[in-house]
Ligand binder design. Structure first.
Ligand SMILES: Cc1ncc(COP(=O)(O)O)c(C=O)c1O
Length: 384
């Protein structure tokens, strides 16, 4: 249990002291991340869960997040790219002596020795990659561990069925390779009724029959909620750990993790009808007070939110007006008391009342993109 404030249930957490020069305050609740991981593990019937911390832990800071997930029991860690893994290895070694660190994007030609030097394991995504890893094993005179990914229907990464069949006929192609995990990835797990889920499950099961026995892994965050048939031995949740709802058609089983506040720079009264911002996009009639706020698309407040977003000031929901620009956005604060929407006041752009999934909907995107786009100009505070 953390005794520090949390942002999970209410909006009363005090705004951290933000340096005058910062665009805003990004508060990341590590306690909520730990709790989400525990909730997901419970939904996964207490079987092991990996930590998926690619893209700087979905934008939230891998240096802060990875130790939390290792402390919660993660012993397999996935990133996307070799350089991410190599940079992360020393930190993981300080957290725990036996972490398997995998590169999802596979074995890029020429990276074999670097991966070996840093005890990083590739996810082998093709026969070509298997051949290259086998050659590395032979060169180094020892068996090398790796995960093997099969393509069960997403047509993105992994061995297609034809290549799995080749391996079945020629198992010597895996000589010198110790498969630590046979995995695949679901394309439609967030839509439980989608027929592709069952098709991929069947394809994954069939592929496993043709491959050496190894722990199996199929589920991302949403996959965990498809039921135990999908579970196998290891879960790989990312987004839900970071507060994105893995069951979009139902209330979220996870806690919000981020709160984003930005500062009001100026407030102006306009006589309607007047436009606001680039493109002079039209505004509803009526006199209004417009607050200009120090965050824009360079900070990950996406331009597609223009004219559609919502913010919270002093407990009230208020609309974004006009186009989002690079460093600024505008809010209609007409209904807010002037002293609560004055220069220097902070507004909530993301928070308990208005979470990452809602903002994503307003932006016409998914929570994943909102999180990974969060900019570097915010003053970051970690809770818990
Ligand atoms: C292969 C693989 N496994 C697991 C994950 C984690 O997925 P999610 O963030 O949907 O839980 C990802 C993320 O894209 C992935 O590419």
């Amino acid at each position: 249990m953390t005794t520090s404030p949390t942002i999970t249930e209410d909006a009363t957490v005090p705004t951290p002291a933000v340096p005058a020069g910062a665009a805003g305050a990004l508060t990341i609740d590590l306690g909520a991340i730990a709790e989400n991981y525990r909730r997901l593990r419970a939904a996964f019937l207490e079987k092991p869960l990996a930590a998926v911390v690619k893209a700087d832990a979905y934008g939230l800071g891998v240096e802060q997040v990875a130790p939390v997930l290792v402390k919660e029991g993660a012993r397999s860690v996935f990133v996307a790219q070799p350089d991410e893994a190599i940079a992360l290895r020393p930190l993981l070694d300080r957290c725990h002596p036996a972490i398997s660190l995998y590169v999802l994007n596979g074995l890029m030609p020429g990276t074999e020795d670097d991966l070996l030097a840093h005890s990083v394991l590739p996810v082998l995504n093709s026969l070509g990659e298997i051949d290259a890893w086998r050659a590395a094993a032979s060169r180094h005179g020892r068996a090398l561990p790796a995960a093997i990914q099969v393509d069960s229907g997403m047509n993105r990464l992994g061995l297609p069925a034809e290549e799995v069949a080749v391996l079945k006929e020629a198992p010597e192609r895996l000589q010198g390779i110790v498969p630590t995990c046979v995995m695949s990835h679901l394309a439609c797990a967030d839509e439980p009724a989608h027929p592709q889920n069952a098709e991929q499950l069947a394809a994954f099961r069939a592929a496993r029959e043709s491959l050496p026995k190894a722990p199996a892994s199929l589920c991302n965050s949403s996959g965990i909620f498809l039921g135990r048939d999908y579970h196998f031995d290891l879960g790989r949740p990312g987004a839900a750990v970071y507060g994105v709802n893995p069951t979009p058609a139902a209330p979220s089983p996870v806690l919000p993790v981020v709160r984003l506040q930005a500062r009001i720079l100026q407030v102006r009264a306009i006589d309607a009808p007047q436009s606001v911002g680039y493109g002079a996009t039209p505004r509803a009639p009526g006199p209004a007070r417009i607050a200009t706020v120090a965050a824009g698309y360079a900070d990950g407040y996406l331009r597609s939110i223009s004219g559609r977003g919502r913010a919270w000031v002093d407990g009230h929901e208020i609309p974004v007006v006009g186009r989002i620009s690079m460093d600024l956005l505008a809010l209609d604060v007409t209904k807010i008391a002037p002293e609560a929407a004055a220069p220097g006041c902070m507004v909530d752009l993301l928070g308990p009342q208005h979470g990452v999934d809602q903002l994503a909907q307003e932006a016409g995107t998914i929570g994943y993109e909102i999180l990974t786009a969060l900019g570097r100009r915010y003053h970051r505070t970690y809770l818990g």
